[in-house]
Design a protein around this ligand. Structure first.
Ligand SMILES: Cc1cc2nc3c(=O)[nH]c(=O)nc-3n(C[C@H](O)[C@H](O)[C@H](O)COP(=O)(O)OP(=O)(O)OC[C@H]3O[C@@H](n4cnc5c(N)ncnc54)[C@H](O)[C@@H]3O)c2cc1C
Length: 447
C-alpha cells in the first residue's frame, strides 16, 4: 500500500505518478473538505474568474516542460490559455516607486539608457559585476548577492519586488542557490514555437487538481477528505499513518504537507528531524480579488510590484483582465502582507480591513475611483514557504537524516526544492521515480 499525505497539487500529482507507474493500492489523505490546496478558483455569478492562489504557470525550464507533459496526458491541451512574449502582460511589468509606476526594463533600449527609477543604464551594472571579486561564502541572501554584484538600486527596485511577487518574502533573507530538474513534452514544443511566456487554464487553474482527482479515482485510488493525519510512526521498514479513528500501514509515505505541519506528526520518534522541519518558515498572504465595470486601467501590463522600501501594506497588484480579458471589465488581484502580514494587519484581521486597504490603494495608485461590483477576500495562512539563508543546508540535512535512518518517507511539495506549481509537480514525479527505482533494486537483490 502507498499512502500520499495532502491533497494539494503535490499530493495529487504524486498519486497520479504512482498509479501511472503501475502501482495499485494508493490512498490519498487530505485534512480539509476539498482537494487542490492553494490552487483555488472562484467563478463569480457573472462568469469572472477570481484566482485565490496561483494563476499562471511558466512553460519553460525542465519542471515547466514536465507540467505541460502532465497537462497533455490529462487531455487538458485544449484548455490551455497561453500568453506569448508579445502580449502586453508579458512585456510590461511595473514597479511602484516614489508614488509613480515605472516599467521594468524589457528591451535593449531600456537596457542601454537610464530608465527611472534606476539612475544609470542597467548595462553599467554588468560592467560593475565584471569588476567584483568572487566570493566563496556558501549561501547568502538574494538581496546581498545582487547588491554585491549589480548594485543597490537593482537589489532594491528589481530583486526585492521580484522576491515579494514570487514568494511574498524579504529578499534580504531569501537564499539564491537552487536545484535544476529535467523532462520534455509535445505541448512544450508548441509552447516554444508559439513563444509562450506563461499559461493558465480556461475556467481557472483549479481545473488541474479537479482533473487529477477524477483521473486518480478512475484508476482506483482511495481519496479520503476531512481526514487529518495525526501521527506517523515508523516500524520494521513501514510507515504507520494514524488518523483520528483509523490507521494505515504503508510501504512508503509520500508527504506533501508543509514542513512545519509534518514536524509534530513525527516528533515522538524523530525529534531532530522534526526540529529541522519546524524551522522552515512560511508567510501569510492576504488576497483581494476585485472586479470593476468598464476598462479602467491606463496601461496594459501583468501588474505592478511594490519594493519593500516603499513601506506600503500591499505587495503588488495583478491585472487579471489584461492577461485574460472578459467583456468590458477590469479584474484585479491585490496581494498583501507576506513576510510583514502580522505586523501590518495583526493576527486576525477582518476581511473588511483587507478589502478597504486594497480598494484604497487601487484608487491611489491606479486612479480607479469607482466601487468594485464584485470582490472576494482570502487570508491564506502560512501559504508560502520561505527559503531563508541556510535553507539548502537544512534540506540536505533533512534528506541525509531520512536516508541514514532508512525511513520510508518521501518529502515533496513547496517547502523543499521550489515553490512554483511546476516545482511541486516535479518534486512528486522525482519522489515516485525514486520509490520505483528503489523497489526495482530491492527486487533484483532478492533474485
Ligand atoms: C497566493 C499564492 C499565489 C501563488 N501564485 C503562483 C503562481 O502564479 N504560479 C506558480 O507556479 N505558483 C504559485 N504559487 C505557489 C503554488 O501555488 C504552491 O506552491 C503550490 O500550490 C503548493 O502545493 P502543495 O501541494 O505543495 O501544498 P498545498 O497546496 O499546501 O497542499 C497541502 C495539502 O495538505 C493538506 N494537509 C495539511 N495538513 C494535513 C494533515 N495533517 N493531514 C492531511 N492533509 C493535510 C492541506 O489541507 C493541503 O490541501 C502561489 C501560491 C500562493 C499561496
Amino acid at each position: 500500500m502507498h499512502v500520499v499525505l495532502g491533497g494539494g497539487i503535490g499530493g495529487l500529482s504524486a498519486a497520479y505518478y504512482l498509479l501511472n507507474s503501475g502501482l495499485k493500492n494508493v490512498t490519498l489523505i487530505e485534512a480539509s473538505s476539498r482537494l487542490g490546496g492553494w490552487i483555488k478558483t472562484t467563478k463569480t455569478s457573472k462568469g469572472y474568474i477570481f484566482e485565490h492562489g496561483p494563476r499562471t504557470v511558466r512553460p519553460r525550464g525542465l519542471a515547466g516542460e514536465n507540467t505541460l507533459q502532465l497537462i497533455e496526458e490529462l487531455g487538458l491541451d485544449n484548455k490551455v490559455l497561453p500568453i506569448n512574449f508579445e502580449h502586453p502582460a508579458a512585456k510590461n511589468r511595473l514597479i511602484y516607486v516614489n508614488k509613480s509606476l515605472y516599467a521594468l526594463p524589457s528591451n535593449i533600449t531600456s537596457f542601454l539608457t537610464p530608465q527611472p527609477p534606476f539612475s544609470k543604464p542597467l548595462i553599467s551594472a554588468l560592467f560593475h559585476d565584471l569588476k567584483v571579486p568572487k566570493k566563496t561564502a556558501k549561501d547568502e541572501s538574494m538581496y546581498d548577492f545582487v547588491e554585491r554584484r549589480l548594485g543597490k538600486e537593482i537589489a532594491e527596485y528589481a530583486v526585492s519586488p521580484l522576491v515579494c511577487g514570487v514568494c511574498a518574502g524579504d529578499a534580504k533573507e531569501i537564499s539564491k542557490s537552487r536545484n535544476p530538474i529535467k523532462v520534455k513534452s509535445e505541448l512544450s514544443k508548441r509552447s516554444k514555437k508559439e513563444k509562450w511566456n506563461v499559461w493558465s487554464l480556461d475556467g481557472g487553474l483549479e481545473l488541474l487538481p479537479e482533473t487529477l482527482k477524477c483521473n486518480i479515482e478512475e484508476k482506483g485510488a482511495d481519496v479520503l477528505l476531512n481526514s487529518p493525519c495525526k501521527e506517523i510512526l515508523f516500524k520494521s521498514g513501514k510507515a504507520v499513518v494514524k488518523l483520528q479513528d483509523d490507521s494505515f500501514v504503508s510501504d512508503n509515505v509520500i508527504c506533501s504537507l508543509p514542513a512545519a505541519q509534518l514536524a509534530p506528526l513525527i516528533s515522538k520518534q524523530h525529534p531532530l528531524l522534526s526540529e529541522d522541519l519546524a524551522a522552515i518558515p512560511s508567510v501569510t498572504v492576504g488576497v483581494v480579488n476585485l472586479q470593476y465595470k468598464g476598462r479602467l486601467l491606463n496601461q496594459d501590463a501583468f501588474g505592478f510590484l511594490v519594493p519593500t522600501s516603499q513601506k506600503l501594506p500591499i505587495l503588488g497588484v495583478i491585472f487579471d483582465s489584461c492577461c485574460f480579458p472578459k467583456d468590458d471589465n477590469t479584474v484585479l488581484t491585490v496581494m498583501m502582507g507576506g513576510r510583514w502580514f502580522e505586523q501590518l494587519f495583526g493576527r486576525n484581521p477582518s476581511p473588511d480591513k483587507l478589502l478597504s486597504t486594497a480598494v484604497q490603494h487601487v484608487r491611489t495608485i491606479l486612479h480607479i475611483a469607482s466601487v468594485p461590483e464584485n470582490h472576494c477576500v482570502s487570508i491564506l495562512k502560512d501559504c508560502i514557504p520561505q527559503y531563508v539563508i541556510g535553507h539548502h543546508e537544512r534540506i540536505e540535512r533533512i534528506k541525509a537524516y531520512i536516508k541514514r535512518h532508512n525511513l520510508p518517507l518521501s518529502l515533496i511539495g513547496a517547502s523543499y526544492d521550489g515553490i512554483s506549481v511546476n516545482d511541486v509537480i516535479f518534486s512528486a514525479r522525482t519522489a515516485v521515480n525514486d520509490i520505483i527505482q528503489k523497489s526495482n533494486l530491492n527486487d533484483s537483490v532478492k533474485k
